[in-house]
Write a protein that binds this ligand. Structure first.
Ligand code: ADP
Ligand code: MG
Length: 246
């Protein structure tokens, strides 16, 4: 039996010049788990996510993914990113391509799917994110919530083994937040391994197995969702939770 975690982050450090932005960060994620990462602005959440898929190189530490340390394997970063989907606050869709074309691009280029197969896949994925009727709309003809769901579908098209979300609903109007969180929660319930930075504590309660709280580059708290929300979190984490809830 293979007991090692699916994703195992061990003592990761990162500096930007003199700024020490990740300090000995360690945590692990089992296959199928959903982890929500919270913390004040500037605490290093985005940097940590970006280190996980090698958008940022880390200075020291190990990142074991599927049992292999990928932390310094920058020349194979493109192969890794094919297995790790990432969704950003501002959607980052290709503005000149419609929804279905945004989703088709990477499977054709990277996985070598035919245009027909990529199209079928994209149509299926638009169903999965509940906008089957938006296939030929350009990004600026879609609402923010719809654009973010296209971005999720585009990430899923690569059949990722891990999904990373960086504040995926922070740029959305309140009425659109729910539709995006619902899709994320469905994927999570279907067994997608997920690490998500979000301030949406309703989503965290609903979907997260664990909550990680960061402050000034350090992981201060790493607790099961039950423990975290039952008030057993550290004083500092509880203070933060109170701030974002009120
Ligand atoms: P969070 O996502 O928690 O708000 P970030 O990971 O974006 O935090 O930032 C952590 C710290 O690193 C902040 O002090 C930020 O200013 C700094 N930082 C982030 N990216 C860079 C960069 N490319 N160059 C220099 N400093 C950066
Ligand atoms: Mg951030």
């Amino acid at each position: 039996m293979n007991a090692s975690p699916f994703l195992d982050v061990v003592g990761v450090n990162k500096h930007f010049g003199p700024l020490h932005v990740l300090k000995d960060c360690s945590f692990s994620v089992d296959k199928g788990q959903t982890v929500v990462l919270i913390g004040p602005s500037g605490s290093g959440k985005s940097t940590l996510l970006r280190c996980l898929n090698l958008l940022e190189p880390s200075d020291a530490g190990a990142i074991r993914f599927e049992g292999r340390d990928i932390a310094q394997d920058l020349k194979n970063a493109h192969l890794l990113r094919a297995k790790i989907g990432m969704v950003f606050q501002n959607f980052e869709l290709f503005q000149h391509l419609n929804a279905v074309e945004n989703i088709m691009l990477a499977p054709m280029k990277v996985l070598g799917l035919s245009k027909l197969d990529a199209h079928d896949l994209a149509v299926d994925l638009l169903k999965k994110v509940h906008i089957p009727d938006r296939a030929d709309h350009l990004p600026d003809e879609l609402s923010g919530g719809q654009q973010q769901r296209v971005a999720i579908a585009r990430a899923l098209a690569m059949k990722p083994k891990l999904m990373l979300y960086d504040e995926p609903t922070s740029a959305l109007d309140p009425e659109m937040i729910r539709e995006v969180l619902d899709v994320m929660a469905e994927l999570s319930a279907d067994g997608m391994t997920t690490v998500c930075v979000t301030h949406e504590m309703g989503f965290a309660r609903r979907a997260a197995d664990r909550i990680i709280f960061m402050e000034q580059g350090s992981i201060i708290e790493n607790a099961t969702s039950d423990v975290f929300f039952s008030g057993a979190a550290s004083e500092r984490a509880r203070q933060f939770l109170n701030q974002i809830l009120h």
